[in-house]
Write a protein that binds this ligand. Structure first.
Ligand code: ADP
Ligand code: MG
Length: 702
């Protein structure tokens, strides 16, 4: 058989597996072929390479492996339990092996005079030692080769453990061992160029696959893991880089002139001085939009860093050049908010701004559609309903997407398709993303960062309080409101317990109403009608209501500078980035602001870390790093659907330098050999082609 055929062979044919176990491996671990099995990597190793002499056992030794022959087997009673004791001896001494289970089988299996390999936990018993329930097997050549080495430990699901074969990590290792016993020369085609291997000091793919599972010594483990991680990151980065390159070649509209509107806005209407960061980013956008290439830019800026005004300036570039602008927000509330802020800012200028959401009435919708087609409408703000089908622009020049993490890459792609020359795209996100992730998720975008907050911002004083101090908290809020401020009370709401959460919110709302009987309270949650939500939001905006009781619908973008108090109920139930986003709703004006995290006394370890982090820092990037560590990359906002996080072996929380190296290697490759055609890069090309083929067939192999 050719090696390729072996790799693609059904695992049912692997020695020790068979059709029944193959089926459960298919179902539980998605392992179908031999190569799938080889791609199931151990997550740690146990050093069993040494066989110790029995004499060397002392109280400092925890687990030990010994080899010897059995001199004596006896069964006995220990209380009311049966026990089997086998005495094993090597050249240096002897020790007792003690078994309470499997006695029947053991009495048949164990023979005096025969050699066994034993591995187990050492117990001290009075002044002697014994080993309780060790692993034991006949000390054949194969067994020693299999057992007495560095052993990979594999993840096993509950169902595998509980199956009738009690499949464990050792089984997996054994099957892989069997594969390599049967095909010692099993070949796995190299998929990196010689140059990349040398430059990054990587071992061959073939060695890496063998050694990651069956290292002969400790020194082989790290290079294998490293090599396979690199490979995984490299191909992900290469993919992104190629996409990026492709995007970079898209033709784009040329915004020739910085025109009247821009200047007038800048000189007459701007309510504050721009921060240097804002100026820099506006310049970057200006430069992008005059090159004749499409802009695809990500604007990252922590909550409150002033992204909206950057969006407005970008829009004016377009409108000055007679193009239309669409701005999309993830929620209706946020779309309304943007509309409200932006139309107020642009009010003195002859710019026609409209709002289009699911709630827009049919009649108005019709007018909007007409004005869009005639070009009368300059700036349309809405939810992602905007890019949905029947909305047609006369000359759409710029699309601004706020809070990107709710928008998938797929949705962005949709924008690309709409026109022959696609509009420029500015994506804004307030979710600070650790650098590693940003490179990976947004690798196809150019990145701008607003790394400076507008001046005179006072940090939000953040405190953790237990519910036993609830009354103090309420009194404090009252004091603040009496000085003219407004306050949010935020309740958790998650899908799994939505009904109960809503009940809690209602209950909380009623209680707060009693306490704040002299004030006006409004509430906002996702289950209310749009009209109700609108009315509540407006009352709060205008300062008619002093207190807003809400769920996380206010998480993104809501901007009421006079609201300087936030109380987060059951704060332990919120994710870290969510808490950070929520807190970003206060501290927007010049008043000193407060965020109080209320919890019960019993907090999980993770919840403690989340709360402590919030109290300690307001740096979004620092918070995102902690979040990443706590939850892992797959759980971070929006990354799950991007699919890009499903690494088999690489770990973006720890493999930053490897990621960087892989990224550089990918960039360099494309620079020297854009179409990956040079003979020395054929291994790479071959692998990409093969994967594309496999993807079409539905399953990825090697
Ligand atoms: P975000 O980046 O979270 O979207 P916003 O654009 O909503 O932030 O801005 C937050 C607040 O800061 C707004 O009230 C806005 O008017 C104000 N702001 C923005 N830029 C500046 C600036 N350069 N100086 C003073 N205030 C600013
Ligand atoms: Mg915003």
């Amino acid at each position: 058989m050719k090696y390729k055929d072996i790799l693609y062979q059904d695992i049912a044919y692997v020695k020790g597996i068979g059709p029944d176990k193959a089926k459960i491996l298919n179902e539980e671990l998605k392992i179908f072929s031999v190569f799938d099995l080889l791609n199931y990597f151990p997550f740690r190793y146990e050093n069993r390479s040494a066989i110790h002499s029995i004499e060397s056992i002392n109280f400092t030794i925890n687990y030990i492996q010994i080899k010897g022959y059995i001199t004596d087997i006896k069964t006995d009673k220990f209380g009311n339990r049966n026990v089997l004791i086998a005495k094993i001896k090597d050249a240096s001494g002897s020790i007792e092996l003690v078994f309470f289970n499997g006695i029947k089988w053991l009495s048949k299996f164990l023979r005096t005079g025969k050699n066994y390999l034993v591995y187990g936990k050492v117990n001290q018993f009075r002044d002697t030692y014994n080993i309780l329930h060790p692993e034991i097997e006949e000390a054949t050549e194969d067994a020693i080769q299999f057992k007495a080495r560095w052993c990979g430990v594999y993840n096993i699901t509950e169902r595998l453990k509980k199956s009738k074969w009690k499949i464990d990590s050792e089984n997996i290792r054994k099957w892989i061992f069997n594969i390599y016993q049967a095909y010692p020369q099993l070949q796995i085609a190299e998929n990196l160029s010689h140059e990349i291997l040398i430059k990054n000091q990587l071992i061959s793919r073939q060695d890496a696959y063998k050694w990651i599972h069956l290292p002969d010594n400790e020194e082989q483990i790290h290079p294998s893991v490293n090599r396979l991680k690199f490979e995984e990151l490299f191909f992900a980065q290469l993919d992104i880089a190629r996409q990026h390159k492709k995007m970079k070649q898209n033709k784009g509209f040329v915004f020739q002139n910085v025109g009247e509107l821009f200047n007038e806005f800048y000189h007459q209407c701007l309510p504050f001085e721009l921060t240097n960061a804002q100026k820099r980013v506006i310049k970057e956008i200006r430069n992008d939009t005059k090159t004749g290439k499409q802009m695809n830019r990500l604007l990252q800026g922590d909550v409150g860093s002033g992204k909206t005004i950057v969006a407005v300036f970008s829009a004016l570039f377009a409108i000055d050049n007679k193009y239309q602008v669409a701005m999309m927000a993830p929620t209706e509330i946020l779309a309304q908010q943007h509309f409200f802020t932006i139309s107020k800012l642009l009010h003195p200028l002859p710019v026609n701004v409209h709002l289009l959401t699911g709630a827009t009435a049919q009649k108005e919708r019709k007018i909007i559609h007409e004005q869009l087609l005639s070009g009368e409408l300059n700036f349309l703000i809405g939810t992602h309903a905007l890019i949905e089908d029947n909305v047609q622009f006369k000359k759409l020049g710029l699309v601004i997407i706020d809070e990107q993490h709710r928008f998938g890459v797929a949705q962005r792609a949709k924008i690309q398709l709409k026109e022959a020359i696609p509009p420029h795209v500015l994506v804004m996100t307030a979710t600070p993303i650790p650098r590693t992730l940003a490179m990976t998720i947004y690798g196809d975008l150019d990145v701008s960062v607003l790394d400076e907050l507008p001046p005179n911002r006072k940090p939000v004083v953040t405190a953790h309080r237990y519910y036993s101090k609830n009354l103090d908290v309420l009194c404090f809020v009252k004091e603040q409101i009496d000085t003219g401020r407004q306050a949010y009370f935020v309740f958790p709401l998650i899908q799994e317990s939505e009904k109960m959460d809503l009940e809690n919110l209602e209950k909380g709302y009623e209680e707060l109403k009693k306490f704040f009987s002299d004030y006006i309270l409004v509430k906002v949650h996702g289950k209310m009608s749009n009209e109700e939500k609108d009315a509540a939001m407006h009352a709060f905006y205008k300062g008619e209501a002093q207190i807003m009781v809400a769920t996380t619908v206010i998480e993104v973008g809501v901007d009421v500078p006079n609201a300087s108090m936030m109380v987060i109920e059951n704060a332990n139930r919120f994710g870290l980035s969510q808490l950070h986003q929520l807190r970003g709703r206060v501290g927007r004006g010049s008043e000193k602001s407060y965020c109080i995290l209320l919890t019960n006394n019993h907090l999980s370890e993770d919840a403690k870390i989340r709360i402590d982090t919030m109290v300690r820092t307001s740096d979004g990037f620092e918070i995102s790093e902690v979040d990443l560590k706590l939850r892992g990359p797959g759980e971070l906002a929006g990354t799950r659907q991007s699919g890009i996080m499903n690494f088999k072996i690489a770990d973006l929380t720890t493999d930053f330098s490897l990621l960087k190296a892989a990224r550089e290697a990918a960039a360099e490759l494309l620079e020297k050999d854009e179409h990956i055609q040079h003979p020395e890069n054929w291994p790479i090309r071959e692998y990409i082609l093969q994967n594309e083929k496999e993807k079409k067939r539905g399953r990825k192999r090697g």
